[in-house]
Design a protein around this ligand. Structure first.
Ligand code: ZN
Ligand code: ZN
Length: 129
């Protein structure tokens, strides 16, 4: 009788212990859409100066679905919008390309501690990154 009693209780016990349709409480939730941004330093492809791609701008870019980083500094972007980019001629400085050694002209003052590249090498380096 004891065994029969135990046998009849068993299915009931299992039904309670593992109820159907109830998800486990610890459902894994990914917070992948919460991204923390940090300020980035980028080089303008027009004038060669370094500019800050701020965390706020990165957030703005992402909210617009833009995956590319801006290639130009805010000043050059503004000039392009106004259609004045072409008229903005800067004094060219002759430099030697750090990769191929050929003479090239850049529209910015080269600094001592930074290598300068010709347009070809620069685009190759850019493509690699
Ligand atoms: Zn620029
Ligand atoms: Zn070169």
């Amino acid at each position: 009788m004891g065994a029969a009693f135990f046998y009849s209780r068993r299915p009931l016990y299992f039904r309670i212990a593992s109820p159907r349709g109830i998800e486990p409480k610890s459902k894994p939730r990914r917070q992948s859409d919460v991204t923390t941004f940090a300020d980035k330093t980028l080089t303008c492809r027009d004038c060669g100066i370094e500019f800050t791609f701020s965390a706020g701008e990165q957030e703005f870019y992402q909210s617009k679905g833009l995956t590319n980083e801006p290639g130009r500094c805010p000043e050059c972007r503004q000039l392009r919008r106004e259609g004045r980019a072409i008229t903005r001629v800067r004094t060219l400085h002759q430099v030697t390309c750090a990769v191929c050694g050929s003479l090239t002209e850049v529209p910015f003052v080269p600094t001592q501690n930074r290598p300068v590249y010709c347009a070809d090498c620069f685009s190759q380096i850019r493509a690699r990154n």
